[in-house]
Design a protein around this ligand. Structure first.
Ligand code: ATP
Length: 247
């Protein structure tokens, strides 16, 4: 498979304490990989290192084969993200937000790219509405439009459906799946919703105390470990990681 992200032996220490303790994984084109784990497992720290916001203590991150440490701007040019905690300025309209971020990303033919995204995310009616006035579902659609402005090959989605009702969340999952295949994107997706992970992810990584304890197809992983559901497996991994495999 064509790898868009390769992470090797990644560590992040805060003082003597490891937040990420030597993880290695890959994400392919057309692949949605779920990054799961209890609160404090190291998911956001991992995502922030891949985004170049946090410096790893040791380890290597390659995006499309480009080493983030030595070829940062080219590696990040084909990357983007959404996160519930990184909201767009609420006093700017949808169009103004997309325009300013598009200029920051140096998007070619920006006006036509924005028009395409307004159609794709059903945002035409909101183009001149201030982002602060939008519902959570509408704001998520704007965030996704923003994340696709630079036609990324790697997309990091930190709990993209966290504040959405089940119907809006289902629509967003369908939209993300659609553009993952159509634009050949690799997606790393964090979520605490196990139903969602089974529905949308091709592969899941279970992180606990900064280490990957399990990896596999979220539809078959529970059975492989003698559990009836992904939620039960998650709780076992979170509470008693050493008992895994005992069935
Ligand atoms: P959640 O699901 O709650 O968002 P998470 O898996 O994203 O959790 P992280 O935010 O990556 O977890 O945190 C991993 C560990 O690193 C936690 O123990 C956290 O307290 C610690 N940590 C994160 N940032 C810092 C920091 N700046 N200084 C010290 N410790 C930190």
């Amino acid at each position: 498979m064509n790898k868009v992200l390769s992470v090797e032996a990644l560590h992040k220490y805060y003082g003597a304490k490891p937040a990420v303790a030597g993880i290695s994984f890959e994400v392919g084109r057309n692949e949605i990989v779920g990054l799961l784990g209890p609160n404090g497992a190291g998911k956001t720290t991992t995502i922030n290192m891949i985004l170049g916001v946090l410096q790893p203590t040791t380890g290597t991150i390659r995006i499309e084969g480009r080493d983030l440490a030595t070829d940062r701007s080219r590696a990040l040019a084909c990357t983007n993200f959404t996160a519930v905690y990184a909201t767009l300025p609420g006093n700017l309209t949808v169009y103004q937000n997309l325009r300013i971020l598009g200029m920051i990303y140096d998007v070619k033919q920006l006006s036509s790219r924005i028009e395409e995204l307004l159609v794709q995310f059903d945002l035409k009616a909101f183009r001149n509405v201030k982002c602060g006035l939008l519902s959570s579902g509408e704001q998520t659609r704007v965030q996704l439009a923003k994340a696709l402005l630079n036609r990324p090959h790697l997309l990091l989605l930190d709990e993209p459906t966290a504040s959405l009702d089940p119907s809006a969340a289902r629509d967003i999952r369908a939209t993300i799946r659609e553009f993952t295949v159509r634009d050949s994107v690799g997606v790393l997706w964090t979520s605490h919703n196990m139903y969602e992970v089974q529905d949308v992810c091709d592969r899941a990584l279970f992180l606990s105390h900064g280490k990957i304890l399990l990896e596999g197809d979220p539809k078959t992983l529970p059975r492989e470990h003698g559990k009836v559901s992904l939620e039960e497996l998650f709780i076992t991994v979170a509470r008693e990681p050493l008992t895994l495999g005992a069935g």
